[in-house]
Structures are given as C-alpha cells and as structure tokens.
Design a protein around this ligand. Structure first.
Ligand code: VGL
Ligand code: ZN
Length: 198
C-alpha cells in the first residue's frame, strides 16, 4: 500500500484577507505541515485562473458573486475574482511547506472551472493527476485543505471514481458553507465511501 497526501488550494485568496476567504482558512497550515511528515508522497494543488475567468462574477454582466449560471457543462457558481495566475492571492500561504513532489495547477482554461484535482468541472477533462499517482503505484489518498465543500469534496469524490481508497481529514480542512453546501458535501463523501475523519 502506497499513500499520498493531497493538499488542496492552501492559497492566500482562500485565507483571511483574501478575495474568497474561507473562515479560519489559515488555521490549518501548521496542521498540514505536520501531516506532511507522515507521507512519502505529497502533492499540492493550486487554483490558477487567467484574468477574466468564466467562474468570476465580473465576467458576466449583471451577475454577483455566489450567483449561479448555466455553463455548457452544467451549473456553475460565480465567485469573486480569485487566484489569478501569478498574483499574490494565487500564491501558497507563506507558512505552508512547499517541498512537495508535485504541484498541480487547475482552472487555467478560461471557459471551464476545475474544483477537482482530477477532472475539470465538465467531469471529463483530466488534469493528469490520476496518471501521475497510478504510475507511481499509489493506492491510498488523504486529502486536506480548502475548501472542504468545494475543491476538497470534488477531489475526494473523483478520487473514489478513479478507484483510490480516500480519507478526508477534517482537522486539516475548512469550508465555505454556501447554503448548506458543507453538510451536503460531507453526506456525499460518506455515501461514496470516503473515510471522513473528525
Ligand atoms: C475553490 C471556489 C472556487 C476551492 C476554488 O478551492 O474550494 N472554491 N475556486
Ligand atoms: Zn477557483
């Protein structure tokens, strides 16, 4: 059994003071750094949008952040501009250990969002992470990071689809919780046999 720690989107824009701040988003940084010591393989993900990305409310006339729209691939929540490529907001939290084996960027195509570390929001376009992990013989994943109810949950569910044994460690996650999204995400993960700790 080979396992990897997947650290989702621990970036300035998701921390207090950031453009899409997750409450207590920075409180998990030291917890995650500690967890890294227990894994031989560590992967970081980085939300990485071009300016004017289609997931930004500012790209749609008359829309506000947290409105929903229909995209060709399905419904999409609109967000404040965040994690714009090479901006300070897109950088990892300054205290996060970044000596990882792989950093995978996602959400870099203008017309499609990518919550999951495995597939973009069309649920079809792969990011390449599955191939990386499988070719290294990794079978078990522990997911931590931001936000529990979006990028962590979507990644965990796709990881189950890809056949991994998946744990989400809630002590090292924080959620956005938009209209009950946190409870719904926890329920979906448990139903999909994700081991939800905490
Ligand atoms: C995320 C909303 C938009 C996340 C990323 O990391 O959970 N949420 N982009
Ligand atoms: Zn994003």
């Amino acid at each position: 059994m080979a396992s990897a720690l997947i650290v989702i989107d621990v970036q300035n824009d998701f921390c207090p003071g950031g453009a899409l701040a997750v409450p207590e988003g920075d409180a998990i940084v030291e917890v995650i750094n500690d967890r890294m010591a227990s894994f031989e393989t560590v992967v970081l993900t980085q939300d990485w949008h071009p300016a004017g990305h289609s997931s930004f409310a500012t790209s749609h006339a008359g829309k506000q952040p947290f409105d929903s729209i229909d995209m060709p691939y399905g419904p999409q929540i609109l967000w404040p501009d965040h994690c714009v490529q090479s901006s300070d907001g897109a950088a990892f939290h300054k205290d996060l250990r970044t000596d990882a084996d792989l950093i995978i960027r996602k959400g870099f195509r203008a017309g499609i969002d990518s919550y999951s570390a495995f597939f973009e929001n069309d649920q079809t376009t792969p990011t390449g992470l599955d191939g990386y992990l499988k070719s290294r013989g990794i079978t078990d994943l522990t997911l931590v990071g931001l936000a529990t109810d979006f990028c962590v949950a979507f990644s965990a569910l796709d990881a189950r689809t890809c056949g991994y044994c998946v744990t989400v460690d809630l002590a090292a996650c924080r959620g956005i919780d938009l209209d009950g999204s946190l409870a719904a995400a926890l329920q979906k993960m448990r139903t999909a046999d994700v081991s939800v700790l905490g």
